[in-house]
Design a protein around this ligand. Structure first.
Ligand code: ATR
Length: 274
């Protein structure tokens, strides 16, 4: 790409005010020496917004809730893994051809790889929505053994059937004998930080407990798991890595991932101290 020309990147969501992508990506693009502006858009008409990407030659877009699935029909191409997950979180305007990618699954897997061997491990995945789909896809891709557990049992079963993995009813969580628990539900997310998806008594059998949530940095689930001696991780690294993978797709350059993590941690810690 021509590094002299100013590029426009964007995030599409609704709401979008809380997104940390503008802060993280703008800082990263500057560090990378790319002349670019990264702009948040609270989208009210997705089809027209995507037309705007073409019409205004926006170079790349992060897509967040609630558009990750509904954006697919408006694109020219969808990369195979994103198609299997059924969600696109990254648009790349490749010389007028709008391509959809999913970097959430890779962000999650990279954050796990930093911590453990995935292959052959059993993972209890709480939830069966869009986030769970990216997690389950990634775990299977890496040779992990996910077991989908969801409040609505039928949804867990149908996800497990589609991806070819196990599911279990919520009532059998205590007997799962999985080493890692991953929460993909929104339970415990700010502002309802007093909530936890599981009673504390069910956590002690897990070696690791992870949460995709990063607001708060430590959910009630993670606090309770830690107090029982489990090792824990939150969703910050997944968020940073999914963003870094977006930057790689858009620019072909290596993003400053440590710096991006620092920027995000600093802002989240500041927000919590208010
Ligand atoms: P996302 O795209 O972020 O994954 P989603 O598709 O709305 O969001 O999925 C949210 C998941 O969290 C669902 O699996 C949901 O369970 P149901 O299928 O039973 O609705 C789960 N979830 C949401 N609130 C929950 C709660 N209070 N307790 C347990 N699970 C909950």
């Amino acid at each position: 790409m021509d590094l002299k020309e100013e590029r426009i990147y964007a995030v599409f969501g609704n709401p979008v005010a809380h997104s940390l992508s503008p802060l993280m990506h703008q800082a990263a693009l500057e560090r990378m020496g790319v002349r670019a502006r990264y702009v948040p858009f609270c989208v009210t008409d997705l089809r027209r917004a995507v037309e705007g990407v073409r019409g205004m030659n926006i170079a790349g877009v992060s897509v967040t809730l609630p558009f990750k699935t509904t954006v697919i029909p408006f694109l020219d191409e969808v990369e195979e893994k994103a198609r299997r997950i059924g969600a696109v979180n990254t648009l790349w305007n490749d010389r007028g051809c709008l391509k959809g990618h999913n970097t959430d699954w890779l962000g999650f897997i990279r954050s796990l790889r930093d911590r453990m061997e995935i292959k052959g491990k059993r993972f209890a995945v709480l939830g069966a929505g869009g986030a769970a789909r990216a997690v389950v896809f990634g775990l299977l891709y890496e040779g992990g053994l996910p077991i989908v557990v969801n409040r609505t049992w039928a949804k867990a079963q149908s996800l497990a059937e589609e991806f070819g993995c196990w599911s279990a009813p919520w009532s059998e969580l205590a007997q799962l004998r999985a080493e890692v628990l991953i929460n993909t539900t929104p339970v415990g997310m700010a502002p309802r930080t007093e909530a936890a998806p599981l009673p504390e008594a069910l956590l002690s059998s897990f070696t690791w407990v992870g949460d995709l949530i990063y607001r708060p940095l430590k959910t009630r689930l993670l606090k309770e798991a830690e107090s029982l001696g489990c090792r824990t991780f939150n969703g910050v690294d997944m968020f940073v890595y999914q963003g870094a993978e977006q930057l790689k797709i858009w620019t072909g350059l290596e993003p400053p991932q440590e710096f991006m993590r620092e920027v995000v941690w600093k802002r989240l810690a500041e927000d919590e101290n208010y």
